[in-house]
Design a protein around this ligand. Structure first.
Ligand code: FAD
Length: 403
């Protein structure tokens, strides 16, 4: 009987994008016995956006397969409970983490990406920065990546881990749908003020101004994010073209009657404000792969930041892609199996996030109505196990053979 090493035909992968999915895929491929090089568009660092995110228990479990959970545990702040309140500070409901699962970990996106990259480099994986992919051509025996600086690279397969505005996605399918913008503007920062809260609780406030999330950091400051309803849809570049102090004033006006948002925003400096533009969600993609080229992470399935699952799903997909390439010798068969294992899972998460976004984007009258209904909902049908159980209890068995 042949082992998978004897039958496998992929030896060298080109990974486009060094954010979260890129280094996670490189680490997973290494465990499957496949070499890779990561090509990142940015020159020096990948921390273009200082957003904060949470890695859910399923993401942590996938990281454990890569031996990268330790780095996250060292950086992350454990979040054991979610508290829902109105803008007057009245608690509407509290949901402890799901029984038997470790807490989610809140972490700076750039620090987390840096840690993953550091681990990949320590394991001998090569990163090339300043390499922006502009095209890719397939030949019968390989694929050639073409970069903006005129250089090229050749590999057996090419993996697009190049995020929600993926170029690789358009190489696979020039008519692939683009990300859809949701009528919510995304902002975040860390304020130089503490709030009266536990450090292991994430707070979600449905206030007059809209949705406002925050948590108290161990350093006594308050991390926060806002999803401000806005019919004007903006890319992050368009939103960043507006001076930060104007955005801050708009946020202060919107949350003028909500606490602790009002206090937190008063202690937020304009130069600390992270302006991300309209929230984006990837519609279902008709094609995840073509020939020797495949997508992983946000390029294939960005479920919007409301899901709290984008990074966790990206890591899961990295692991599953490597497992399929490990076990299925023909590339097309491996990509088909990968899509079969992943598509329904990521689309279910995106569907839940879309419902959450709908609630956050309500107008003032509907918001008031929702606030009135919330206390009943949290006592009756809002059941965390039913809503989040399947997402957070999901585990990949690395030792199981993909057939
Ligand atoms: C405000 C906000 C909050 C979020 N909160 C959460 C959360 O709580 N939990 C969670 O799990 N997820 C969250 N997410 C989502 C999470 O950040 C993404 O799902 C995750 O970063 C996806 O990783 P990725 O590697 O696929 O894409 P990215 O992190 O976007 O990385 C893509 C990389 O590819 C590079 N690149 C792009 N184009 C090219 C090119 N042509 N050539 C070479 N390189 C290229 C980019 O420079 C970048 O480094 C949030 C996102 C936002 C915006």
């Amino acid at each position: 009987m042949q082992s998978y090493q004897e039958t496998r035909r992929v030896h060298r992968a080109l990974i486009i994008g060094g954010g979260i999915a890129g280094p996670a895929t490189a680490l997973a491929l290494r465990r499957a016995g496949i070499d890779s090089v990561v090509y990142e568009a940015h020159r020096e660092s990948i921390d273009d956006i200082g957003a904060l995110l949470a890695i859910a228990p399923n993401g942590l479990a996938a990281l454990r397969i890569l031996g990268a959970d330790g780095a996250l545990q060292a950086l992350g702040q454990p979040i054991r409970t979610m508290v829902i309140a109105d803008g007057r500070g009245k608690k509407i409901g509290e949901f402890p983490g799901l029984a038997g699962l470790p807490p989610s970990l809140a972490v700076s996106r750039s620090q987390f990406a840096g840690a993953l990259r550091g681990q990949a480099v320590a394991e001998g994986i090569r990163f090339e920065c300043g390499k922006r992919l502009v095209a890719a051509d397939e030949a019968t025996d390989g694929v050639v990546a073409r970069f903006a600086d005129g250089s090229t690279a050749t590999g057996d397969i090419l993996i697009g881990a190049d995020g929600i505005r993926s170029v690789v996605r358009t190489v696979i399918d020039p008519r692939a749908p683009e990300p859809v913008r949701v009528p919510l503007l995304n902002f975040g920062a860390v304020a130089n003020v503490g709030v009266d809260a536990r450090t292991d609780a994430m707070h979600f406030v449905f206030g007059d101004g809209g949705f406002f999330g925050y948590w108290l950091q161990a350093d006594g400051r308050t991390a926060w994010f806002s999803n401000l309803p806005s019919a004007t849809l903006m890319t992050s570049a368009e939103a960043r073209a507006v001076p930060a102090d104007r955005w801050l004033q708009r946020l202060r006006d919107a949350y003028a009657h909500d606490e602790p948002a009002r206090t937190v925003l008063r202690h937020t400096a304009a130069d600390q404000l992270v302006v991300l533009g309209s929230m984006e969600i990837m519609p279902s993609l008709p094609h995840w792969h073509r020939g020797r080229i495949v997508l992983v992470g946000d390029s294939a399935h960005a479920p919007s930041s409301s899901s709290g699952q984008g990074a966790s799903l990206a890591i899961e997909s990295a692991v599953e892609l490597a497992r399929c390439l490990r076990d299925i010798p023909d590339t097309t068969g491996a990509f088909v199996a990968y899509e079969r294992l992943r598509r329904s899972r990521v689309e279910r998460v995106a569907a839940r996030a879309a419902k959450t976004n709908h609630g956050k984007a309500l107008g003032p009258t509907a918001r008031t109505f929702m606030r009135l209904l919330m206390p009943i909902a949290t006592r009756t049908f809002l059941n965390p196990e039913r809503t989040l159980g399947a997402e957070q209890r999901y585990r990949i068995d690395w030792s199981e053979l993909v057939v």
